[in-house]
Design a protein around this ligand. Structure first.
Ligand SMILES: CC(=O)SCCNC(=O)CCNC(=O)[C@H](O)C(C)(C)COP(=O)(O)OP(=O)(O)OC[C@H]1O[C@@H](n2cnc3c(N)ncnc32)[C@H](O)[C@@H]1OP(=O)(O)O
Ligand SMILES: O=C([O-])CC(=O)C(=O)O
Length: 378
């Protein structure tokens, strides 16, 4: 076997063949199953988009209704999962709580039925249904409250906001939240999706697949950046401080959170959509001074780093949207995960369709033939 050239971060190395989504990083184009993201954001819903991603076609009215009904039916979590989550430290990060809870679902469902199409459908429905309930339940339990039961009369997005805030959400906020989920649902072979595919390739269960992907999404270079962006805007503090702050950060070679992307060399199309959604929310619910700082930062980063292709990514404006909806900062990444479960499951299914275990090679840089030194001689 010949060993190819080593590329740190596997840059430019194809790691899968996929028909789920497509990115043109020079033109700023993102498509799910060939449909532009802007069109889906305007015309679809998150669950319809999830169906499209996972099964590869837009559902008929009846198929969509059945899918939505099945998910509504499975929203509740088992009391044993809830009790397990109650034991998590309230100071723990909600992404860690989500990773542990997603993995725990695997304790309850058989992992030996991958060849059965019903098993796949049931796992898809269960994960899409239960992940939001688990995120909301942890949020309430860490405040010392009991989780609220999902409400069958509310749709997917509205029900999540209801479970989180214990009150029915404003219809505009619920609609915008649903659009955010669509925008975050899938993005080719990013780090967490790669992680999902590697895990899937061992033929383990889908709960383990989602748990590994959640763990990967959590890092600040990936989904975790959306939380870091708000911390950064708070640290900058004022529009006047943007340029001095940026100069200092660049001198220190600190990465500016919410900027830069392995694939996009222009502004991420999702960032443009999210910025528009933030403006709609500000119009109805009042302005956020951090938005002015964000706008100024985008301008300043473009001036300094635009030549390197560093522009806002999906994580830059999403936090401002979620903040306006009253979502706590450390839930921004779990909310990203709620959406991305759709993409992970689409890749899980695609991986199973033509599976070969992931097992790349390495270039060994260590020594050979070393003697073992007895402990008393070291
Ligand atoms: C959902 C998502 O995962 S979107 C990404 C979320 N992550 C972030 O927002 C964190 C900040 N961004 C980054 O760290 C990076 O841009 C990543 C991780 C997204 C992409 O990383 P890579 O493709 O490996 O790019 P890499 O880190 O090699 O950067 C290439 C060049 O751009 C610079 N650069 C990249 N991103 C940034 C940034 N955010 N701020 C300042 N400089 C940056 C690097 O310093 C490097 O410069 P150099 O060539 O002069 O050394
Ligand atoms: O594609 C990537 O590397 C990261 C990203 O934007 C995403 O996962 O949405």
């Amino acid at each position: 076997m010949t060993v190819g050239e080593y590329k740190p971060g596997l840059e430019g190395i194809p790691a899968a063949q996929s028909s789920i989504s497509y990115v043109d990083g020079q033109k700023g184009i993102l498509e799910y199953r060939g449909i532009r993201i802007e069109e889906l954001a305007q015309q679809s819903t998150f669950l319809e988009t999830a169906y499209l991603l996972i099964w590869g076609i837009l559902p008929t009215r009846e198929e969509l209704k059945q899918f939505e009904d099945d998910i509504r039916y499975h929203r509740r979590i088992k009391y044993r999962i809830r009790d397990m989550m109650k034991c998590f430290p309230e100071t723990g990060h909600p992404m860690d709580a989500l990773q542990a809870s997603a993995a725990a679902l695997g304790l309850f469902y058989s992992r030996r039925a991958l060849a059965n199409p019903n098993y796949i459908r049931e796992a898809v429905v269960r994960l899409l249904a239960k992940i939001p309930t688990m995120v909301a339940a942890f949020q309430l339990m860490r405040k010392g409250n009991d989780p609220v039961r999902p409400r069958d009369d509310l749709d997917y997005a509205a029900n999540f906001l209801y479970m989180l805030h214990e009150r029915e959400p404003d219809p505009l906020a619920a609609h915008i939240f649903d659009v955010c989920l669509t925008l975050h649902a899938e993005h080719t072979i990013n780090a967490s999706t790669f992680s999902a595919r590697v895990t899937a390739s061992t033929l383990t269960d889908p709960y383990a697949v989602v748990a590994s992907a959640v763990g990967t999404l959590a890092g600040p270079l990936h989904g975790g950046a959306n939380e870091e962006v708000i911390t950064m805007l708070e640290e900058i503090g004022s529009v006047e401080n943007v340029r001095p702050w940026l100069d200092t950060s660049l001198e220190r070679k600190t990465k500016i959170m919410g900027f830069g992307h392995r694939v996009y060399k222009v502004k991420d199309p999702r960032a443009t959509c999210l910025q528009g959604l933030a403006e709609q929310l500000f119009e109805k619910f009042g302005h956020d001074k951090y938005y002015d700082i964000a706008i100024e930062l985008e301008k300043a980063v473009e001036e300094k780093l635009g030549h390197k292709g560093i522009y806002p990514n999906v994580d830059f404006y999403s936090g401002l949207v979620y903040r306006k909806m009253g979502i706590p900062e450390d839930l921004f990444t779990p909310v990203f995960a709620i959406a991305r479960v759709a993409g992970w499951l689409a890749h899980w299914k695609e991986q199973l369709d033509e599976n070969r275990i992931y097992r790349p090679t390495q270039i060994y840089k260590g020594e050979h033939g070393n003697p073992y030194i007895a402990i008393e001689q070291r």
